[in-house]
Design a protein around this ligand. Sequence first.
Ligand code: ZN
Length: 139
Amino acid sequence: MKNFKFTDHLFFLPFMIALLILLVVKGAAVKSSWLIEKENLRDFTMTAYCPGPCCNGPWAYKTATGKNMGYYIGKGIHIAATDPTVIPRGTRFVYQGKEYLAVDVGSAIKGRRIDLLFFSHAETERFGIKHHQDVKILR
Ligand SMILES: [Zn+2]
């Protein structure tokens, strides 16, 4: 039986530490990629707007991308206005089982607030304002 000397342990120690670091880093990478796939963002205030002047003033029927709301509606894409520093433009998210694309902004849409585009003003009034809502970010 070989007698291990203290120096043998010292020789393997850096490899053991390197292996440990590798496992921890790999675990963190797996966890973060899972978060990117399905990231739940909590505690949003949800409101709704319609395409018309009642909700948009001079920017009626237009979005911040330069494309008209009709462009997205025609493609069957539900759109929303977000604060781009919280939910960047082009982000897809799911709310109440429906997928939305963040393409618009609004002077009142700051921080954890999302404005959902509905087809008619009556629908926006039915929706009202909903607090403490969660959305699921798709990437
Ligand atoms: Zn309206």
